[in-house]
Design a protein around this ligand. Sequence first.
Ligand code: RNT
Ligand code: ZN
Length: 412
Amino acid sequence: MSRYSEAKEMYAKYGIDTEAAMAALKNTPIAVHCWQGDDVVGFDSRESLSGGIQTTGNYPGRARTPKELMADYAEAFSLIPGKKKLNLHASYAIFEDGEAVGRDKLLPKHFKKWVDFAKEMGVGIDFNPTFFAHPMVKDNLTLSSPDEEVRRYWINHGIACLKIAEYFATETGIPTVMNIWIPDGYKEIPADRLSPRARFKASLDEILDTPYDKTKVYVTLESKVFGIGLESYTVGSAEFCLSYSDTRGITPLMDNGHYHPTEVVSDKISSLLLFNEKIALHVTRSVRWDSDHVVIFDDETKEIAKEIVRCNALDRVFIATDYFDASINRISAWVTGVRSVAKALLFALLQPTEKLAELQSKSDFTEIMVISEEMKTMPLGDVWSEYLRREGVCENYLERIKEYEREVLSKR
Ligand code: RNT
Ligand code: ZN
């Protein structure tokens, strides 16, 4: 008997259907962030990274051009099972023949090559306006700036991005999630906490006043607790962003690096699902702070996945990865991180969810604990291997990645 058939039987004893789990996993898209491939540099301003985020490390082989980034992206995609989406930042606009425009004037045509690439890969595209690493970010402020010229510039950027997002959805036939995150904040204790937030609110209102097709574009808003050099005050705090999304009918986005260290996103999912048709996640791994390490198959990733599955919300949660590690092979960082999210989802799909909920209704936490512990040593790996086999994706990707490093990355 194959290892998979044995695993299937073992799970069946708990009433768990491994076939249904694999089928559900296969249809759950994960948006793979393009910025892992080049350390969040992008192609437009090529300014050094700002906005309170940072990549550390100098591993050789960083993608420096659209062509290199697409080649690396394709290599990573060939090693990741299941449904995927591209997740692009506006700073990855591709200008031809030296025709560069400001971020306030970006057009769909500056992303045509990305659309061609997405079509080639058979995937949809998510999008992010880029409110950082740009000379028009003044005093670490964008949409909340007291300088009207600065604020206007970034409002126009947001509007330009909405149109590009709509173009992506139209071209690919797959809705686009457009996530707004601004780095705005202060290193020192502000004297006025209200005005920057009032300006951010007004700026968002102006961006969203632009008509756009809500069946094609889902606008999400990402909150944050602090950034490097912006420790005392963050304009787009959790309370601001959640209140804004809920009153404006857009979608809240939680990045699990953006909360206080003992707060967990897994606990927040059910609450947000009760009040929002859709919610969005940036899955990352924060080590002591919002460090954006590569996602691994760790407890909180599993807990987040369990919550999505237990709330029966695989089709209501936009799942995206968001981390950037420049200290290791970047393709490996992509593949390990996205596979870890998928594996956590499979782990969650292979839990006796209904049985556990029923036990909770009887307050039987003894049995919940015993079963939950048993689940940890069930043959998840055998089901995962079978899933990879069916998806036509090799199990041990290290050799492939090393070969790509020898043949392609080391020659850059
Ligand atoms: C920053 C946010 C944001 C960025 C990307 C590059 O703390 O997490 O999502 O990581 O937009
Ligand atoms: Zn994020």
